[in-house]
Write a protein that binds this ligand. Structure first.
Ligand code: HEC
Length: 129
């Protein structure tokens, strides 16, 4: 076991990280389709779009509490600027809704703003791991 890697222990922190990982998983499937690594499949695309809508909607409730966990990469800024954090979460949720799964071209176009919304929040509110 690597001693230098801190394990997340607080259940609430585990929950919010699990939420982020589920968003990451759903997004990865869509990105792989857009990049041609995975065959475009409308039904699968729709399922993952829905997973992203659901996951991004849950962000504020999963982060509302601020339990101390040294292994977390969340910045204090989240709770110092809760309104700003929520705005980022809402924007990500809106971009998830705007993902268009009608065909590959539409998916490619609509995925960019989604990716940008994830990165934009991380840039401000997440410590680089
Ligand atoms: C409103 C802000 C916000 C948005 C939007 C957001 N994230 Fe995050 N994300 C965070 C924060 C904060 C953390 C660090 C959480 C922690 O370590 O406690 C994080 C952590 C992660 C992690 C690391 C989890 C781990 O294993 O430690 C992944 C992966 C991730 N986010 C993916 C995504 C994806 C994909 C999206 C877009 C669909 C997204 N996030 C949107 C704030 C956000």
């Amino acid at each position: 076991m690597a001693e230098d890697v801190l394990a997340v222990s607080h259940p609430r922190v585990k929950d919010r990280i699990a939420l982020m990982r589920s968003a990451h998983h759903a997004l990865s499937v869509l990105v792989d389709m857009a990049a041609g690594r995975l065959m475009f499949d409308k039904k699968q695309a729709k399922t993952n779009r829905r997973a992203l809508i659901k996951a991004t909607r849950k962000i504020p409730e999963r982060f509302r509490n601020n339990p101390s966990d040294p292994a977390s990469n969340a910045r204090e800024k989240i709770w110092d600027n809760w309104g700003g954090f929520k705005t980022h979460a809402q924007s990500a949720n809106q971009k998830a809704k705007l993902i268009n799964t009608r065909n590959l071209g539409k998916l490619r176009q609509s995925l960019q703003p989604m990716i940008h919304a994830c990165l934009s929040c991380h840039k401000t509110y997440r410590k680089p791991p």
